[in-house]
Design a protein around this ligand. Structure first.
Ligand code: SF4
Length: 321
């Protein structure tokens, strides 16, 4: 479905120095096996998406040639950020603080207004926006052109949502039914979503919006990206068959948080970890099947390290779900 995913996966896997940032500095020693072996099941889709891989590859290519600063967090994952920093990539929250001639926009994208401000400072902009975020930008612009009031399903302060909304004169951001209660009537609403939102939430809130304003035209542009969709679907399949699910991802990663929430709807024991050190042996008490999934910014070797540690604790076999 996404051939570039594989291509970029291979390329980046070779281009990031493999400093194991989340692997323990010292060997914690062997872990005693549990009385009954626990089966470990990997989600059929998990981990870093092609958009994040592409952004990392782009920034690393530039960093090999010239000094570059990334505006914001390239990905919401400490291990990846540490590796980029080790390759000489700098990070700044504000463009005014940038001291390199080149700045990179993250995969989350940015508004035209923001890009103009950055260029206005005399900085050369390298845009690593994910193509699927661009699709969401296009959908919102289309709504405005056609006279729809944009309603974005997402997290108001998330960098991607700021990028989607900063060029708009009027818009709303909603995350719940309560948010929709606060909207004022409009003849036409155009609903789009932050790319990492659960599809069911987006569809549900669009339906709630239509029920609240039955006289209005409500149009939905489903901008949830395919990698998110596949990971969410795989997480549902995984958590329905597991006694415990481990979700690997950065503490401030929105899509990892959403994956956890999805899993909790089908499994009572769900734990988010950033690396193998966060695993607790007691999480496997009484467990027959343990599931493993990961957010779209989690690199392969961190997932592998978590799985290796889990298997060591569990003494069980692995298969994909
Ligand atoms: S989560 Fe989706 S939209 Fe975001 S970078 Fe990955 S593929 Fe692109």
């Amino acid at each position: 479905m996404l051939p570039t995913d594989f291509v970029l996966q291979s390329r980046v896997a070779h281009s990031i120095p493999s400093r194991p940032a989340t692997v323990p500095d010292r060997d914690p020693g062997p872990v005693p096996a549990l009385p009954e072996p626990v089966r470990i099941v990997r989600a059929s889709h998990l981990g870093m998406c092609f958009g994040v891989r592409g952004a990392i590859a782009k920034v690393l290519r530039i960093a090999h040639r010239e000094r570059v600063t990334v505006l914001g967090e390239l990905v919401h994952n400490r291990a990846v950020l540490d590796r980029l920093a080790a390759s000489g990539v700098l990070f700044q929250r504000e463009a005014e603080a940038v001291e390199t001639p080149v700045v990179a926009i993250t995969a989350h994208g940015a508004s035209r207004r923001r890009l103009a401000e950055v260029r206005g400072l005399g900085l050369k902009v390298v845009d690593a926006t994910c193509p699927l975020v661009r699709t969401a930008h296009h959908a919102v612009s289309q709504f405005v052109e056609e006279g729809f009031h944009p309603v974005i399903v997402g997290v108001r302060e998330h960098v991607e949502v700021r990028g989607l909304t900063e060029d708009l004169d009027a818009y709303d951001v909603v995350a719940s039914e309560a948010d929709i209660e606060r909207l004022v009537p409009r003849p036409r609403f155009g609903v789009a979503a932050q790319t990492t939102q659960p599809v069911e939430r987006v569809q549900h809130l669009a339906a709630v919006l239509q029920a609240r304003f039955p006289e209005s035209e409500v149009r939905l542009a489903d901008t949830v990206c395919l990698p998110t969709r596949l990971r969410q679907e795989a997480a549902v399949a995984l958590s329905t068959e597991c006694d415990v699910v481990i979700v690997v991802g950065g503490a401030n990663s929105n899509n990892t948080r959403e994956l956890c929430e999805t899993c909790r709807r089908y499994c009572e024991r769900v734990f988010q970890v950033q690396g193998p050190d966060d695993l607790r042996r007691e999480w496997l008490d009484g467990v027959r099947v343990a599931g493993l999934t990961a957010g779209t910014s989690t690199p392969d070797d961190v997932i592998d390290a978590v799985e290796a540690r889990l298997r060591e604790m569990a003494g069980g076999e692995e298969r994909s779900c």
